[in-house]
Every structure is written in C-alpha cells, then in structure tokens.
Design a protein around this ligand. Structure first.
Ligand code: PMP
Length: 454
C-alpha cells in the first residue's frame, strides 16, 4: 500500500502547523509563531500523550487486550484516549468535572466513552472528586487501568519525543521563547526539556490562571491553599501539584484572568481566523502581558492546545460573556429585541371598546398596549389606566372607545440606543417603548423585557 495512505486515525497525530501571528502580535517587537494543535484528529494536543500513555501501559503489561481505560479528563485527553481505544478495541470510562463544556462531554460520549460528571468545588481527596472517583473505579473494575495524566510521566515524555522536536525543526532552531498554558504540565515540561537540551538559553513561560497554585509555588516553594478558588478558564491551572510539572524547567509563570483569556481568544478568531479554546486565549493574553520583555530578534512560539468548537456556547457566545461582565460592548436596544422570545406586535384599534381591550389584556396576560388608528400609532393604554377608569366609572361606560381614555403613544426608539439611555423614556407612566426589528417590524419593549435582558 502507498506510503501516502494512513493505516488508521492515530497515524494522523502530530506534525501540526506553525503559523505566524500577525494582527494580535502588533506591538510585540519579536516574531510570534503559533504551534496550532487543533490540527490533531481529536482537535487538541492531547492526542499525542493519550496514545503514548496507552502504548506505555500496553508495553508494561498494565493494559491487556479487551481492557477498560479509566481517566479523569476535562475532555481533550478523553478524546485522544477514545480515538486510540476505538482503534485498539478498549472500553473507556471518563470522570470529568461539572464546570466543563457540555459540548466536550457530549463529544466524548459520541466516540463511545462512558462519562461520569463529578462536582468541581470539592477537595481533590474528597471521595466525590473526579480524581477519587477514577481511582475507585480502577480498583473495582477488573482488567482496568487508570492512566492518571497528572502523575503518569508518559504524558510529558510524549511532548519530549514529538512536540518539542517539531517546534525545534519548524523554527530551524531559532526559537528563543516558548509560551504555553500549564495544566497537567505534560506539554510545558516535555517541550521545555527538549528545547533546553538543544539550547539552554531558550526561555519557557508557563501560563497560569487566578485560582491556581502554580505561580506561587514556583516563586516561593509554598503550596498555598488560599490561592485555590473556582475559576472559569478551562484546561490550565491546578489545585494540586501534578508530577508532570517540572518546575525547574519553567523560567516564569504568568497569571491571566478569565476575562482577559476569553477576550484574547475572541481576538484570535476574529483577527487571525484561528477558532481556538479558552487556554489559547490565556496563552495569548499572558504573552501580551509579558511583551516588554521581548526584543526584535526574538522568536516566540506560543502553543494553542485545542479548538474553539468546544466553547461556542461559552466564550464565543455574547450573552454568556455579558452575563459574566466580560464584554465591554454596551447592551443596546437591538440586543433586547434579539433576546425577546415572543416578538409579535400586539396592538388595538382606537375604535375598540374599553371592555374588549381589558379582555384582550387579561387573555394575553399583557399590561400595556399601543393603540393604532389603521396603521398609525395614536396612543397607548396600560392596565392601570383601564383599572382607574373602571373603578371611577359606572360599568356601562366600559363600552366607551379606548381612544377616549388612551394616553400618549409609547416613545419610538432607535435600535442602536444603549439600554442605559432608556431611562430617559421609560417611567411609571410610560412603561414601554416601541422599536423596529431588523425586518422593519414593530416591537414593544417593556420594563419586564429590560429586566430580563440585564
Ligand atoms: N489547554 C487545554 C484546553 C487543555 O485541555 C490542557 C490539558 N489539561 C492544557 C491546556 C494544559 O496542557 P498540559 O496538561 O499538557 O499542561
């Protein structure tokens, strides 16, 4: 068979491209190159170490034919393991934490794995933690092996054998700085060891997140529990010290906030056409924080771990970003229109009786209505105007036309108006405004709609 044919999907792992960063690297004097690991078949770098851990478990006799592979994984390692398990005929059970994207969990199930979701906010040694559940299952299930990517040194060895040499060769040995997010530590330690063996002057910057122990431990030798708190960034930072992190190979740790990481990942997508995961944003934001340390002739390689498809419901979703206060862009009337579920424009004609209008409001459970004459907006009624009228007038008067009791029309506002400026229009007496949606249809926006959107 031709050498051009791959014998199975595992042979497509590695040899990922190195791509120059242009727009996002403006303001950095050095050359900035990205090692884009989304080109692996499982769409992340973790395919590399997954196969290595399995190969080594087979070689040592820990994993036998027909066996079950158990692993705690935020998704990417699981995907790599599942691909290898499919090709090699193993069963997979993964434990993951409840903060992971639903997309990641669903994808693991799609490739045949069983997934057990465990709580995030428990101590690692708590029996409910995803580490403890994996360990317990591996003791209970016969012919099973817990690969344990945190402490299994085949993880970093995979990067010493493949990722490191690729980066060295792709830069013709010119790399001066390596920047990468640190989770299990496999990527940073394996690549750093290879690069520093080739040229001890290569600087390695590990990217950490707020809520993780790495940076403080690296700088002080203290494992400080006070550094640990929940964070949103996925894939990097830890509340443990995995054996795969070789702190002696990392020259500096840089912490990045959840917000800065998300915004940087969005820039990579929009300015470079690179749709990547959360930790790619952390790596870029960390590099930008460190940019003054770089000189013109430096060659920086920044590694991007995984693909953005796993985060479309999160950092690539404007509502998700806004709910966390991550989007600086102002909420506008057009956003209110988009977030309103029922956009039907309900109105009454000015010839309608007060009685019928009241019935309509009750039936549709609405508290205010525009009043039209033909197509033209002439006025408005609210349930309080109607109630006041009915309480002050004999019942037969409810046959009166609504035009006799209506108030001024609701103000018509521009869809580009910032929502905070609606306070100029909305008041106790004017509980709604009218705007036009993209197709030119009218829509009523009430106080309730504004509260819902905020
Ligand atoms: N980013 C993502 C998205 C990851 O899944 C991981 C793996 N935890 C990392 C970064 C960190 O890589 P490593 O575990 O090799 O340190």
């Amino acid at each position: 068979m031709s050498a051009k044919i791959k014998n199975n999907i595992l042979e497509t792992i590695g040899h990922t491209p190195m791509i120059r960063l242009n727009s996002v690297a403006q303001g950095i004097q050095a050359t900035v190159l990205a090692k884009v690991e989304t080109f692996n078949p499982g769409h992340s770098i973790k395919d590399r170490m997954a196969v290595k851990m399995i190969d080594d478990a087979e070689a040592s006799g820990k994993l036998l034919p027909g066996g079950t592979i158990i692993e705690c994984t935020s998704g990417n390692t699981g995907m790599g393991i599942a691909l290898a398990a499919a090709v090699k005929g193993y069963k997979c059970i993964f434990t993951t934490s409840d903060k992971q994207s639903k997309e990641k969990i669903d994808m693991l199930k799609a490739v045949g794995a069983e997934v057990i979701v465990c709580p995030t906010n428990v101590e690692p040694d708590d029996p409910r933690s995803y580490y403890s559940v994996a360990e317990k299952l591996s003791k209970e299930i016969p012919n099973s092996v817990w690969l344990n990517q945190y402490d299994n040194l085949s993880n970093r060895q995979a990067h010493y054998e493949s990722t490191g040499p690729e980066i060295w060769n792709q830069t013709d040995g010119k790399i001066t700085h390596f920047v990468v997010g640190v989770g299990t530590g496999g990527t940073v330690s394996g690549v750093a060891r290879y690069l520093k063996e080739k040229n001890p002057a290569v600087q390695v910057w590990g990217i950490d997140t707020y809520g993780s122990v790495f940076k403080k431990y690296h700088e002080t030798g203290i494992f400080d529990r006070k550094e640990i708190y929940p964070y949103i960034t996925e894939g990097i930072g830890e509340d443990i010290l995995p054996k795969n992190v070789d702190f002696s190979l990392i020259d500096h740790f840089e912490k990045v906030t959840d917000k800065d990481a998300a915004l940087a990942a969005r820039r990579l997508a929009r300015e470079e056409g690179l749709l990547l995961g959360y930790s790619a944003g952390s790596a870029l934001a960390g590099l930008l924080q460190m940019k003054d340390k770089l000189k013109k002739d430096d060659v920086v390689v920044i590694l991007f771990h995984d693909h953005g498809s796993r985060y479309v419901g999160k950092l690539y979703n404007d509502d998700w970003m806004r709910e966390r206060g991550f989007l600086e862009s102002e909420l506008r009337v057009r956003d209110l229109i988009l977030s309103k579920r029922d956009r039907k424009f309900i109105s009454v004609q000015d010839s309608e009786s007060v009685k019928n209008v009241l019935k309509l409001m009750k039936d549709l459970d609405i508290s205010q209505l525009p009043v039209l004459s033909g197509e033209e907006i002439k006025g408005s009624v609210t349930e309080s105007t109607i109630l006041e009228f009915i309480l002050n007038n004999p019942l037969q008067n409810s046959e009166k036309k609504v035009s006799e009791i209506m108030a001024a029309p609701f103000p018509v506002v521009n869809p580009e108006l910032p929502v905070r400026d609606l306070n100029k229009y909305i008041s106790k007496n004017t509980p709604a405004v009218i705007a036009k949606d993209l197709s030119g249809d009218l829509i009523v926006l009430t106080q309730y709609d504004i509260i819902q959107a905020l």
